[in-house]
Every structure is written in C-alpha cells, then in structure tokens.
Ligand binder design. Sequence first.
Ligand code: FAD
Length: 337
Amino acid sequence: MGELYPRLLKLAELARQYDIGLNIDAEEADRLEISLDLLEQLCFAPSLAGWNGIGFVVQAYQRRAFFVLDWIIDLARRSKHRLMVRLVKGAYWDSEIKRAQVDGLEDFPVFTRKVHTDVSYLACARKLLGAPEAIFPQFATHNAQTLASIYHMAGNNYYRGQYEFQCLHGMGEGLYEEVVGDTTAGKLARPCRIYAPVGTHETLLAYLVRRLLENGANSSFVHQIGDESVDIAQLVTDPVTAAQALEPLGRPHERIPQPTHLYAAQARRNSAGLDLSNEHRLASLSAALVVAVDPLFAAAADRVLLMLYRVLDPARSQVVLGELPMVGPAEVAGDLS
Ligand code: FAD
C-alpha cells in the first residue's frame, strides 16, 4: 500500500484533471484483496471526492465474485462515488487451477465448469444493474449469448449511462456491429467501449499470450463460433438451464482433481499448502506458529534461567525434533554469574 497507493492516487488525480475514467484491472486471484484495499483508499481520497471516474474490474469466474460486488456497491454508497465496474469472466483460468494444485490449497478460487462462470456472470450482472445509483456497469464480453442475456435483463427503457458493453480492440467486431447503431438500421442501440492496449512489444507480450490462450480454448465462445461442427443451438444454450441439469447442483468438474487429490492415482495426498494472500489464513498461521514454537524454561546454569524452544517437525507437528536454547545479551557477554 505504501508503494502502490501514492502512484495510483497520482494517476487518478491526473485522470480526473483530464476527465478520463481510470480502471483497476483484475489480475490473479491472490491480488484481489490488495486491489480492493487500494480501491477503498482511493474512494476516500479528498482530492477525488465527487468524481465518478473510478473503476474496478471483477472476474465472474471467481467463486467470491458475487459477494465482492456487495462490498463494492456498499463502498460506492459509503464514499458517494458512482463506481464503474467492468464485469469480465476472467483471463487466468488455467493459471488459477494450476497454482491452487501446485500450492496444495484447500480448494480452487475459481469455478471448474465454464457453465458456472457463465451463470455467475449473469447473476453478477443482475446485481450491478440493480444498483444504478452506485454503479455504472460495463459488460466486457465477446460471447453473443451473454450479451443478449444482459440486453434483455436490462430491459427496454435504456437511458444513456445505464450501462455499456466493452470489447477488445481487434476482437468481437462482428458481434458489436450488430449492437452499436440505430434501431432503424436493425441494431440494438447500445454503446460499446473499445479496450485498446498501449505499450511496447515487451510489455504487451503477456497480454497477447492471454488472448491466444483465450481464443485457442475449446470452450471459448469465439473459438466455437469459428468451428462449423458446433451448431447454433449448442452455442446459444442458456447456461442456467445447463447448470440446473447438473446433479448435484454446482457439481465441480470431475476431470479436474481437487488440489488435495492431485495424486489420487498414486494413492497419496498432495502436500498441504498455505494461501498466504488470505488474511484469515495468515492470522491462523501466526496463532499456530506461537503454539509450534513452545517456550520452556530450564535451569541451565546454576541460578540462570535459559529459555528453551521446542522445535517441531514441520511435516508432523506432533514430533519434537529438539530443543533450542535462546541466550540473551548477558549470556553473550559471558556473564553467567
Ligand atoms: P466466453 O467464451 O463465453 O468465456 C470464456 C471464459 O470462460 C474464460 O475466459 C474463463 O473465464 C471462463 N472459463 C473457461 N473455461 C472454464 C472452466 N472450465 N471453468 C470455469 N470457467 C471457465 N480479464 C481479466 O482477467 N482481467 C481484466 O481486467 C480483463 N479486462 C477485459 C477487458 C475487456 C474490454 C474484455 C473484452 C475482456 C477483458 N478480460 C479481462 C478478459 C475476460 O476475462 C475473458 O477472458 C474474455 O472476455 C472471454 O470471455 P467471454 O465472455 O468473451 O467468452
């Protein structure tokens, strides 16, 4: 916060000066909490009071997205800003799955079935559209089914500033040609903002790789629309109906092993890891550390009490590996009288 916040505030003040909206993009799940902390502080910056140009991106594939939105809507109301919220599905799905498995986390931060991300996106959209005084919803998607669902969900009484769509420069043009433009020309008369990356080749390489992964994935809408073996009915299936057909409801993907069961085929459990980006986990860890290093007092020399620490085996916390005496300045100075 000490390093990032002053830079972010300066950028936001510049953006305000030029009347340009500023959005905090969404990255990996373990960065969400710090991004939210930054957003909260920004919302209460006196130099930004009354400005409606602060924006934040929420990823619907995160299982907590729906609740993150409650917090953001509340923040908007508390700080008296109309916040821009760009709703995306999320661009780091593969990495989130692999990181949770490598780190041996209890569960994934994201859904494991695409249909659940699609349903979450619609539920989040409904929540955003339901708080028009607090939120300017920005729906960033290249999926025609998702777009059409939002168009109908938002109703016929569109007014300027109710919401907008967003697409990436060079993508979704065919789709948005049907959206932007007058109803007399057979279009939907809804605005679309184009997100265009700016920067050097080096800084944009990661962005490009993400787009390649996104468009190459079998489950991606953009990939499927180019595949003639996928028929239209399949492409526009209502995700809510598809999700309701799963038993039990919300069933995770059976081909994606839970982090703890990664080695089930080898009949062993994955080593348990710690999610160090989770504040609750950090608090319980610090409490556990106090217990793990258990101080004892022992008469080490004549009348001097030395503090001994019991060192436990980190893999089997019941096993005492040894005892470690701690000396103080007096012992270091050789004063054991
Ligand atoms: P669809 O094909 O309908 O959805 C694909 C998405 O579904 C995947 O990206 C993934 O999120 C999800 N998915 C795929 N398989 C699974 C599965 N097995 N289980 C669960 N979910 C699955 N992304 C960011 O992370 N941060 C940003 O700041 C960001 N900014 C963006 C700005 C704009 C203007 C746009 C258009 C996109 C942005 N994205 C961002 C990318 C976005 O998150 C999606 O990756 C992309 O738009 C594809 O989603 P879709 O609705 O267009 O397509």
